[in-house]
Design a protein around this ligand. Structure first.
Ligand code: FMN
Length: 198
């Protein structure tokens, strides 16, 4: 049996969501819990295309066991047409065995996203990412307005979860408020998971 951990599970094509994932993991670890960073492979229009078992760089691919044994989950995706990206949805669509056995019931979860435009669907993506987690019986954690950055941000950051405005060229870096809110979600998940496991 491994030590308790928060699973930070994300898809990122160009790296912005991956940066957010690393800040959320930092927040988890600042609260004394282990963070397990995992990604999912891209999906292909070729039905038989298979990705290498280990990605060339970055986090390794998530397994159902990573999800089954986590104490909490942070789920991240780029916004695509106001919704989560297909690779993450594809992974979630493969979790029905965990749903059937209720493995995720009662575990805390939060969501995060990155967009190229400031009003291009951050909230709709975050809210829709919550739906499969509710079906799994997870306990959703947003961000309370006690987080000062939520009122000060000039980029991303919502009460539904951390978000990032990467800009039309994808080059805008996480700003101080976006970083603070990513870390706040990580801390919150670690703290709630700790309390639930007492
Ligand atoms: C197919 C597609 C759809 C997208 N839809 C949106 C959108 O609805 N709103 C938005 O602001 N950005 C949209 N984007 C831009 C991405 O959300 C943005 O570049 C994001 O920061 C990428 O995250 P990543 O660096 O983790 O891959 C879209 C990108 C693609 C490829």
């Amino acid at each position: 049996m491994s030590a308790p951990y928060i699973l930070v599970l994300y898809y990122s094509r160009h790296g912005a969501t991956a940066q957010m994932a690393r800040q959320i993991a930092r927040g988890v670890e600042m609260s004394g819990l282990e963070a397990r960073l995992r990604t999912v492979p891209a999906v292909s229009t070729e039905c038989e295309a298979v990705a290498p078992a280990v990605p060339e760089e970055g986090a390794v691919y998530a397994t159902l066991d990573d999800l089954k044994h986590c104490s909490g989950l942070a789920l991240g995706s780029p916004t695509r047409f106001g919704n989560m990206a297909a690779p993450l949805k594809y992974f979630l669509d493969g979790t029905s065995s965990l749903w059937l056995t209720g493995e995720l019931v009662g575990k805390p979860a939060g969501v995060f996203t990155s967009t190229s435009s400031l009003h291009g669907g951050q909230e709709s993506t975050l809210l829709s990412m919550m739906l499969p987690l509710l079906h799994h019986g997870m306990l959703l954690c947003g961000l309370p307005y006690a987080e000062a950055a939520l009122l000060e941000t000039r980029g991303g950051g919502t009460p539904y979860g951390p978000s990032h405005h990467a800009g039309s060229d994808g080059k805008r870096q996480l700003d101080e408020h976006e970083i603070a809110l990513c870390r706040a979600l990580g801390k919150r998940l670690a703290q709630v998971a700790g309390k639930l496991e007492q």
